[in-house]
Design a protein around this ligand. Structure first.
Ligand SMILES: O=C(O)C(=O)C[C@]1(C(=O)O)C=C[C@@H](O)C=C1
Length: 356
């Protein structure tokens, strides 16, 4: 192989790629300005998902589908930043898994704003201090993030997207494993590492903190203390990794939601959307079964059901469901009409691309 020759070819391709990327950005900017003039949002999750789907169908490798997504995510993110400085509020502080999820969804060019609690993410978007918000909703090992569910029941904001993030927990400390007497983290992270902690640090005190990052900051200052957090936090706070991948399940994943003042306008396509809904039922024999039958008789696939106290009256519950399909699908509208005739509360939380 003649290295100079190959490098010349690479240089020529790079020139072509840059020209074509900028052409794409100029066209998308035109669309963005037209949308802005019509009072529409510049960021359209369902259209982006269609673009990603189309790219995977034409990609012949060697790049993976995921790599192509990353590249285009960044191109679109940079275009949006040129047109409108969108602000994204997320559950902070900086370095949390929620920040990683937000960046995975919006790319690195937007304006990220860490806030101290899930309630603050909602209020930032409700007060239009931020354009979008990102919150954790459930973990594949630890289950629901109940604070997020409770907030969704109350808010007028809508879910417009979801992000799945593999979560690999690490034990971070300036002390050796044998010297650690206290482990701090967010309750969810402690739950996800329960068996590992039982086997390796059975006598260490476990302390629940507001965030994984808060636990790391504490561990940097207190010998004998460790934090459970992601590898990114270890780099950011210059604290050694004592152990890596300590979550009890290797396939540990957290699902995050993107929330916005307005719902998505369009559908991604047949079989490509997911809908979230909350409902309540009367205290009657078979009331819950009747609701579930409204879905099953129409072949609507429920992917999740979660119940929470209503917080309005003792022993009354709200049921949160996710199902395949879009709110505007005629079959789904039929099911919703049935729910409306028997449930005291039926509230649409949003329809969004069902992407991983
Ligand atoms: O198709 C649009 O509506 C665009 O604005 C273009 C585009 C893109 O670059 O492909 C840009 C931003 C949106 O979030 C979705 C798609």
């Amino acid at each position: 192989m003649d290295l100079d020759d190959v490098r010349q070819k690479i240089d020529a391709i790079d020139r072509e790629i840059i020209t074509r990327i900028n052409e794409r950005v100029r066209l998308a900017s035109e669309v963005a300005r037209a949308k802005h003039a019509a009072g529409l949002p510049i960021y359209i999750p369902e259209r982006e998902e269609q673009v990603f789907q189309k790219l995977s169908s034409i990609n012949e490798g060697p790049l993976t589908e995921q790599a192509i997504r990353h590249i285009y995510r960044e191109v679109i993110s940079a275009m949006i930043a040129l047109e409108q400085p969108l602000k994204i509020a997320y559950l902070g502080p900086e370095g949390t898994y929620t920040e990683q999820a937000a960046r995975k969804n919006f790319g690195s060019s937007l304006d990220y704003h860490a806030v101290p609690s899930i309630a603050d993410v909602f209020s930032e978007v409700e007060r239009r201090e931020a354009d979008y918000g990102v919150i954790p909703i459930e973990n594949s090992t630890g289950g629901a993030v109940i604070h997020s569910l409770d907030m969704l029941a109350e808010t007028e904001l809508k879910i417009i997207g979801q992000v799945y993030l593999p979560v690999e927990h690490c034990l971070l400390s300036h002390s050796k494993l044998s010297e650690i007497t206290e482990v701090r983290s967010k309750d969810q992270a402690l739950i996800q590492c329960r068996d590992w902690l039982q086997r390796n640090l059975p006598n260490a005190k476990q302390i629940d903190c507001d965030s994984t990052t808060g636990a790391v900051v504490h561990a940097t200052k207190n010998p004998g203390t460790a934090a459970i957090a992601g590898e990114i936090a270890a780099e950011r706070y210059s604290i050694p990794l004592v152990a890596k991948g300590i979550q009890d399940r290797k396939d540990n994943e957290t699902r995050f939601l993107v929330i916005a003042p307005e719902p998505n306008n369009g559908q991604t396509g047949p079989g490509l959307d997911k809908t979230s809904l909350v409902f309540s039922i009367h205290h009657e024999v078979g009331a819950l079964e009747k609701v579930l039958r409204s879905f099953s008789t129409r072949q609507i696939n429920l992917s999740k059901i979660e119940s929470r106290p209503s917080r309005k009256k003792a022993w009354e519950y709200l049921f949160f469901v996710d199902f395949d399909g879009h709110w505007n699908d005629p079959t789904i509208q039929e099911a919703i009409a049935e729910l409306n005739s028997s449930c005291p509360l039926v509230k649409w939380l949003g329809s969004y691309p069902n992407s991983r």
